[in-house]
Design a protein around this ligand. Structure first.
Ligand code: SF4
Ligand code: SF4
Length: 367
Protein backbone atom coordinates (compact mmCIF):
# COMPACT_ATOMS: atom_id res chain seq x y z
CA UNK A 1 0.00 0.00 0.00
CA UNK A 2 0.91 3.62 0.53
CA UNK A 3 4.37 3.93 -1.03
CA UNK A 4 6.40 2.16 -3.68
CA UNK A 5 9.65 3.41 -2.24
CA UNK A 6 11.77 1.27 0.07
CA UNK A 7 14.26 4.08 0.66
CA UNK A 8 12.99 7.39 2.04
CA UNK A 9 14.89 10.66 2.05
CA UNK A 10 14.95 11.88 5.66
CA UNK A 11 15.20 15.67 5.54
CA UNK A 12 16.31 16.20 9.14
CA UNK A 13 20.07 16.48 8.66
CA UNK A 14 20.33 18.42 5.41
CA UNK A 15 23.74 19.74 4.34
CA UNK A 16 24.56 23.09 5.94
CA UNK A 17 27.33 25.63 5.59
CA UNK A 18 29.48 26.81 8.50
CA UNK A 19 26.82 29.37 9.52
CA UNK A 20 24.19 26.65 9.77
CA UNK A 21 22.42 27.69 6.55
CA UNK A 22 21.03 24.82 4.44
CA UNK A 23 22.98 24.39 1.19
CA UNK A 24 20.01 24.56 -1.16
CA UNK A 25 21.93 23.76 -4.36
CA UNK A 26 23.26 20.55 -2.87
CA UNK A 27 19.80 19.61 -1.59
CA UNK A 28 18.43 20.15 -5.12
CA UNK A 29 21.06 17.82 -6.56
CA UNK A 30 20.36 15.20 -3.88
CA UNK A 31 16.63 15.34 -4.61
CA UNK A 32 17.36 14.91 -8.34
CA UNK A 33 19.61 11.91 -7.72
CA UNK A 34 17.00 10.36 -5.44
CA UNK A 35 14.14 10.86 -7.91
CA UNK A 36 16.25 9.68 -10.85
CA UNK A 37 17.00 6.44 -8.99
CA UNK A 38 13.25 5.78 -8.82
CA UNK A 39 12.57 6.66 -5.16
CA UNK A 40 9.84 9.07 -4.11
CA UNK A 41 9.33 9.22 -0.31
CA UNK A 42 10.36 12.46 1.46
CA UNK A 43 10.19 12.83 5.22
CA UNK A 44 10.15 16.28 6.77
CA UNK A 45 8.76 17.81 9.99
CA UNK A 46 7.68 21.15 11.38
CA UNK A 47 10.35 20.64 14.04
CA UNK A 48 13.20 20.30 11.51
CA UNK A 49 14.28 23.93 11.16
CA UNK A 50 14.26 25.02 7.51
CA UNK A 51 13.52 21.52 6.20
CA UNK A 52 10.00 22.13 4.85
CA UNK A 53 11.08 25.25 2.95
CA UNK A 54 14.19 23.53 1.53
CA UNK A 55 12.01 20.62 0.42
CA UNK A 56 9.58 23.01 -1.26
CA UNK A 57 12.40 24.61 -3.27
CA UNK A 58 14.13 21.35 -4.20
CA UNK A 59 11.12 19.13 -4.77
CA UNK A 60 7.67 20.76 -4.75
CA UNK A 61 8.62 23.67 -7.03
CA UNK A 62 10.46 21.38 -9.46
CA UNK A 63 8.48 18.13 -9.78
CA UNK A 64 4.82 17.28 -10.52
CA UNK A 65 2.94 16.62 -7.26
CA UNK A 66 1.85 13.11 -8.30
CA UNK A 67 5.49 12.00 -8.73
CA UNK A 68 6.43 12.02 -5.04
CA UNK A 69 5.03 11.47 -1.55
CA UNK A 70 5.60 13.71 1.47
CA UNK A 71 5.46 12.84 5.17
CA UNK A 72 5.22 15.69 7.69
CA UNK A 73 4.74 15.73 11.47
CA UNK A 74 2.98 17.56 14.30
CA UNK A 75 5.27 18.23 17.31
CA UNK A 76 3.67 17.81 20.76
CA UNK A 77 6.38 19.93 22.36
CA UNK A 78 5.33 23.00 20.34
CA UNK A 79 1.66 22.80 21.35
CA UNK A 80 0.41 25.00 24.15
CA UNK A 81 -3.30 25.11 23.26
CA UNK A 82 -5.77 23.33 20.97
CA UNK A 83 -5.61 26.14 18.37
CA UNK A 84 -1.88 25.45 17.88
CA UNK A 85 -2.71 22.12 16.25
CA UNK A 86 -4.47 23.61 13.22
CA UNK A 87 -2.15 26.61 13.12
CA UNK A 88 0.95 24.37 12.88
CA UNK A 89 -0.69 22.01 10.39
CA UNK A 90 -1.64 24.93 8.11
CA UNK A 91 1.81 26.44 8.49
CA UNK A 92 3.40 23.14 7.49
CA UNK A 93 1.22 22.94 4.37
CA UNK A 94 2.19 26.49 3.48
CA UNK A 95 5.91 26.10 4.15
CA UNK A 96 5.93 22.86 2.14
CA UNK A 97 3.97 24.47 -0.72
CA UNK A 98 1.40 21.64 -0.93
CA UNK A 99 -2.32 21.33 -0.29
CA UNK A 100 -2.17 17.82 1.15
CA UNK A 101 0.31 15.47 2.83
CA UNK A 102 0.55 11.86 1.73
CA UNK A 103 1.55 10.89 5.26
CA UNK A 104 1.06 12.87 8.45
CA UNK A 105 2.40 11.77 11.80
CA UNK A 106 2.07 12.73 15.42
CA UNK A 107 5.76 13.31 16.01
CA UNK A 108 7.74 11.27 18.52
CA UNK A 109 5.04 9.75 20.69
CA UNK A 110 6.41 8.73 24.07
CA UNK A 111 5.04 8.67 27.59
CA UNK A 112 5.53 12.40 28.09
CA UNK A 113 4.06 13.48 24.70
CA UNK A 114 1.11 11.11 24.49
CA UNK A 115 -1.02 13.03 27.04
CA UNK A 116 -0.45 16.25 25.04
CA UNK A 117 -1.74 14.61 21.87
CA UNK A 118 -4.80 13.40 23.80
CA UNK A 119 -5.36 16.72 25.59
CA UNK A 120 -5.50 18.66 22.31
CA UNK A 121 -7.52 16.00 20.41
CA UNK A 122 -4.74 15.47 17.89
CA UNK A 123 -5.90 11.97 16.89
CA UNK A 124 -9.34 13.45 16.10
CA UNK A 125 -7.72 16.30 14.22
CA UNK A 126 -5.68 14.12 11.88
CA UNK A 127 -8.74 11.92 11.25
CA UNK A 128 -10.68 15.04 10.31
CA UNK A 129 -7.90 16.26 8.00
CA UNK A 130 -7.92 12.85 6.33
CA UNK A 131 -11.67 13.16 5.74
CA UNK A 132 -11.08 16.57 4.18
CA UNK A 133 -8.42 15.12 1.87
CA UNK A 134 -5.58 17.13 3.40
CA UNK A 135 -3.91 13.94 4.65
CA UNK A 136 -3.89 10.64 2.77
CA UNK A 137 -2.56 8.39 5.55
CA UNK A 138 -2.23 8.96 9.29
CA UNK A 139 0.38 7.54 11.65
CA UNK A 140 2.87 8.42 14.35
CA UNK A 141 6.54 8.12 15.09
CA UNK A 142 7.37 6.37 18.34
CA UNK A 143 10.13 6.46 20.96
CA UNK A 144 9.16 4.45 24.02
CA UNK A 145 8.51 0.95 25.26
CA UNK A 146 6.56 -1.84 23.57
CA UNK A 147 3.89 -2.03 26.26
CA UNK A 148 2.80 1.58 25.76
CA UNK A 149 2.95 1.14 21.97
CA UNK A 150 0.59 -1.81 22.17
CA UNK A 151 -1.77 0.21 24.35
CA UNK A 152 -1.78 3.16 21.93
CA UNK A 153 -2.31 1.03 18.82
CA UNK A 154 -5.17 -0.80 20.53
CA UNK A 155 -6.79 2.51 21.50
CA UNK A 156 -6.33 4.00 18.01
CA UNK A 157 -7.31 1.54 15.28
CA UNK A 158 -7.46 4.49 12.84
CA UNK A 159 -3.65 4.56 12.70
CA UNK A 160 -2.40 3.26 9.33
CA UNK A 161 1.37 3.06 9.84
CA UNK A 162 4.00 3.50 12.55
CA UNK A 163 7.46 4.99 12.32
CA UNK A 164 9.98 3.18 14.53
CA UNK A 165 13.64 3.48 15.40
CA UNK A 166 15.07 0.20 14.15
CA UNK A 167 18.72 -0.64 13.71
CA UNK A 168 20.96 -3.53 14.60
CA UNK A 169 22.65 -1.77 17.53
CA UNK A 170 19.32 -0.93 19.21
CA UNK A 171 17.66 -4.24 18.32
CA UNK A 172 17.85 -5.63 21.86
CA UNK A 173 18.43 -2.32 23.64
CA UNK A 174 16.25 -2.10 26.75
CA UNK A 175 15.45 1.60 26.28
CA UNK A 176 14.90 1.85 22.51
CA UNK A 177 13.33 -1.64 22.32
CA UNK A 178 13.65 -1.91 18.53
CA UNK A 179 12.80 -5.61 18.37
CA UNK A 180 9.92 -5.50 20.85
CA UNK A 181 8.37 -2.45 19.18
CA UNK A 182 8.77 -4.09 15.77
CA UNK A 183 6.91 -7.16 17.03
CA UNK A 184 4.05 -5.05 18.40
CA UNK A 185 3.52 -3.24 15.09
CA UNK A 186 3.66 -6.55 13.22
CA UNK A 187 1.05 -7.94 15.61
CA UNK A 188 -1.22 -5.02 14.72
CA UNK A 189 -0.58 -5.73 11.02
CA UNK A 190 0.60 -2.25 10.20
CA UNK A 191 3.35 -1.19 7.80
CA UNK A 192 6.51 0.23 9.36
CA UNK A 193 8.51 3.27 8.37
CA UNK A 194 11.99 2.91 9.81
CA UNK A 195 13.95 5.84 11.22
CA UNK A 196 17.56 5.90 12.36
CA UNK A 197 18.60 2.70 10.52
CA UNK A 198 22.19 3.98 10.70
CA UNK A 199 21.62 5.49 14.17
CA UNK A 200 22.44 9.08 13.22
CA UNK A 201 25.68 7.96 11.51
CA UNK A 202 26.94 5.86 14.44
CA UNK A 203 26.73 2.73 12.24
CA UNK A 204 28.56 4.35 9.31
CA UNK A 205 32.12 4.19 10.62
CA UNK A 206 34.05 2.24 13.24
CA UNK A 207 37.72 1.83 14.17
CA UNK A 208 39.69 0.14 11.37
CA UNK A 209 39.94 -3.26 13.06
CA UNK A 210 36.15 -3.45 13.39
CA UNK A 211 35.46 -2.17 9.87
CA UNK A 212 37.83 -4.89 8.64
CA UNK A 213 35.25 -7.52 9.60
CA UNK A 214 32.95 -6.08 6.94
CA UNK A 215 35.62 -4.95 4.47
CA UNK A 216 37.38 -8.33 4.32
CA UNK A 217 34.12 -9.92 3.27
CA UNK A 218 32.69 -7.20 0.98
CA UNK A 219 35.50 -4.76 0.15
CA UNK A 220 33.35 -2.54 -2.08
CA UNK A 221 30.46 -2.07 0.33
CA UNK A 222 30.34 0.76 2.84
CA UNK A 223 29.94 0.16 6.56
CA UNK A 224 26.59 1.99 6.41
CA UNK A 225 25.31 -0.41 3.74
CA UNK A 226 25.32 -3.26 6.29
CA UNK A 227 22.97 -1.27 8.53
CA UNK A 228 20.58 -0.52 5.67
CA UNK A 229 20.56 -4.12 4.48
CA UNK A 230 19.87 -5.35 8.01
CA UNK A 231 16.67 -3.30 8.14
CA UNK A 232 15.66 -3.85 4.51
CA UNK A 233 15.84 -7.61 5.14
CA UNK A 234 12.97 -7.37 7.67
CA UNK A 235 9.38 -8.17 6.74
CA UNK A 236 6.73 -5.47 6.98
CA UNK A 237 8.99 -2.51 6.30
CA UNK A 238 7.37 0.00 3.96
CA UNK A 239 10.10 2.64 3.86
CA UNK A 240 13.53 3.08 5.39
CA UNK A 241 14.37 6.69 6.10
CA UNK A 242 17.96 7.72 5.87
CA UNK A 243 18.79 11.25 7.02
CA UNK A 244 21.30 11.98 4.31
CA UNK A 245 23.57 14.99 4.83
CA UNK A 246 25.60 15.04 1.63
CA UNK A 247 25.75 13.65 -1.90
CA UNK A 248 28.25 10.96 -0.97
CA UNK A 249 25.85 9.47 1.59
CA UNK A 250 23.01 9.78 -0.91
CA UNK A 251 24.95 7.93 -3.62
CA UNK A 252 26.04 5.21 -1.22
CA UNK A 253 22.47 4.62 0.03
CA UNK A 254 21.11 4.62 -3.52
CA UNK A 255 23.70 2.00 -4.50
CA UNK A 256 22.79 -0.20 -1.51
CA UNK A 257 19.08 -0.02 -2.15
CA UNK A 258 19.03 -0.27 -5.95
CA UNK A 259 21.32 -3.32 -5.80
CA UNK A 260 19.64 -4.64 -2.65
CA UNK A 261 20.46 -8.15 -1.52
CA UNK A 262 18.98 -9.62 1.68
CA UNK A 263 21.48 -10.68 4.35
CA UNK A 264 22.44 -14.34 4.56
CA UNK A 265 23.24 -16.27 7.76
CA UNK A 266 26.96 -15.59 7.55
CA UNK A 267 26.35 -11.86 7.14
CA UNK A 268 23.99 -11.79 10.13
CA UNK A 269 26.76 -13.40 12.18
CA UNK A 270 29.26 -10.78 11.01
CA UNK A 271 26.88 -8.05 12.15
CA UNK A 272 26.56 -9.74 15.54
CA UNK A 273 30.36 -9.79 15.85
CA UNK A 274 30.60 -6.08 14.99
CA UNK A 275 27.76 -5.23 17.34
CA UNK A 276 29.43 -6.95 20.27
CA UNK A 277 32.60 -4.92 19.76
CA UNK A 278 30.78 -1.60 19.23
CA UNK A 279 28.64 -2.07 22.34
CA UNK A 280 31.79 -2.42 24.43
CA UNK A 281 32.65 1.29 23.90
CA UNK A 282 31.36 3.61 26.64
CA UNK A 283 29.69 6.02 24.21
CA UNK A 284 26.53 8.15 24.43
CA UNK A 285 23.75 6.90 22.10
CA UNK A 286 23.00 10.40 20.72
CA UNK A 287 21.54 10.40 17.18
CA UNK A 288 22.19 14.14 16.66
CA UNK A 289 18.53 15.04 16.15
CA UNK A 290 19.30 18.35 17.94
CA UNK A 291 15.86 18.59 19.60
CA UNK A 292 17.65 19.40 22.87
CA UNK A 293 19.68 22.35 21.56
CA UNK A 294 17.22 25.28 21.21
CA UNK A 295 15.95 24.98 24.81
CA UNK A 296 19.32 25.01 26.58
CA UNK A 297 19.68 28.31 28.47
CA UNK A 298 23.47 28.03 28.21
CA UNK A 299 23.45 27.28 24.48
CA UNK A 300 25.40 24.09 25.07
CA UNK A 301 25.85 22.30 21.74
CA UNK A 302 24.95 18.99 23.36
CA UNK A 303 25.13 16.62 20.34
CA UNK A 304 28.42 18.13 19.16
CA UNK A 305 29.98 17.66 22.60
CA UNK A 306 28.76 14.04 22.57
CA UNK A 307 30.32 13.61 19.11
CA UNK A 308 33.70 14.72 20.45
CA UNK A 309 33.32 12.48 23.49
CA UNK A 310 32.17 9.44 21.51
CA UNK A 311 35.06 9.83 19.08
CA UNK A 312 37.55 9.93 21.95
CA UNK A 313 35.94 6.90 23.62
CA UNK A 314 35.88 4.90 20.39
CA UNK A 315 39.13 5.86 18.70
CA UNK A 316 41.24 7.00 21.66
CA UNK A 317 42.25 10.55 22.55
CA UNK A 318 43.43 12.71 19.72
CA UNK A 319 44.00 16.47 19.31
CA UNK A 320 41.36 16.54 16.56
CA UNK A 321 38.61 15.76 19.07
CA UNK A 322 39.80 18.43 21.49
CA UNK A 323 39.81 20.91 18.61
CA UNK A 324 36.30 19.84 17.65
CA UNK A 325 35.17 20.25 21.25
CA UNK A 326 36.78 23.69 21.50
CA UNK A 327 35.14 24.82 18.25
CA UNK A 328 31.73 23.94 19.69
CA UNK A 329 32.27 25.68 23.00
CA UNK A 330 33.09 29.11 21.59
CA UNK A 331 31.25 32.39 22.11
CA UNK A 332 27.81 31.95 23.64
CA UNK A 333 28.12 28.15 23.53
CA UNK A 334 29.09 27.01 27.03
CA UNK A 335 31.20 24.00 27.96
CA UNK A 336 29.84 20.73 29.34
CA UNK A 337 30.82 21.69 32.89
CA UNK A 338 28.67 24.85 32.70
CA UNK A 339 25.47 22.73 32.65
CA UNK A 340 23.16 23.84 35.47
CA UNK A 341 21.10 20.64 35.41
CA UNK A 342 17.82 22.39 34.54
CA UNK A 343 16.65 19.26 32.68
CA UNK A 344 15.15 21.07 29.62
CA UNK A 345 17.17 18.86 27.30
CA UNK A 346 16.27 15.55 28.92
CA UNK A 347 12.55 16.31 28.57
CA UNK A 348 12.78 16.37 24.76
CA UNK A 349 15.42 13.72 24.08
CA UNK A 350 13.77 10.88 22.11
CA UNK A 351 16.68 8.60 23.02
CA UNK A 352 15.99 9.09 26.76
CA UNK A 353 19.64 9.92 27.38
CA UNK A 354 20.66 11.04 30.87
CA UNK A 355 22.15 14.15 29.32
CA UNK A 356 23.10 15.88 32.58
CA UNK A 357 25.02 12.84 33.80
CA UNK A 358 26.65 12.22 30.43
CA UNK A 359 27.75 15.86 30.22
CA UNK A 360 29.61 15.37 33.48
CA UNK A 361 31.56 12.56 31.84
CA UNK A 362 32.21 14.82 28.84
CA UNK A 363 33.39 17.61 31.15
CA UNK A 364 35.79 15.20 32.85
CA UNK A 365 37.36 14.37 29.47
CA UNK A 366 37.52 17.82 27.92
CA UNK A 367 37.12 20.71 30.40
S1 SF4 B 1 20.35 20.44 31.79
FE1 SF4 B 1 22.28 21.42 31.16
S2 SF4 B 1 22.52 20.90 29.00
FE2 SF4 B 1 20.39 20.46 29.55
S3 SF4 B 1 19.27 22.30 28.96
FE3 SF4 B 1 19.83 22.54 31.13
S4 SF4 B 1 21.80 23.61 31.12
FE4 SF4 B 1 21.46 22.86 29.04
S1 SF4 C 1 21.02 14.31 23.17
FE1 SF4 C 1 19.03 13.45 22.58
S2 SF4 C 1 17.82 15.21 21.90
FE2 SF4 C 1 19.95 15.86 21.93
S3 SF4 C 1 20.69 15.53 19.84
FE3 SF4 C 1 21.20 13.70 21.03
S4 SF4 C 1 19.50 12.31 20.71
FE4 SF4 C 1 18.79 14.34 20.06
Amino acid sequence: MLSNSKLGFGLMRLPKNIDGIIKQEEVNRMVDAFMNAGFNYFDTAYAYAGSEAAMKTALVDRYPRENYTIADKLPAWKLSCKEDVKRIFDESLKLSGVDYFDFYLLHSIEESHYPTYLKYDCFEFIKEMKKEGKIKHIGFSYHDNAELLDKILTAHPEIEFVQLQLNYLDWENGVVQSKLNYEVVRKHNLPIVVMEPIKGGILASFPTEIEALYKNYLPNSSVASWALRYIASLDGVMTILSGMSNEEQMNDNLKTMTEFKALDDYEYQLIEDVKKKVLSFPTVPCTKCRYCVPGCPLHIQIPDLFTAYNSAMTYGHDRRYTKYYDAHTEGEHQTASACIGCGQCEGVCPQHINIIEELQAVAKEFD
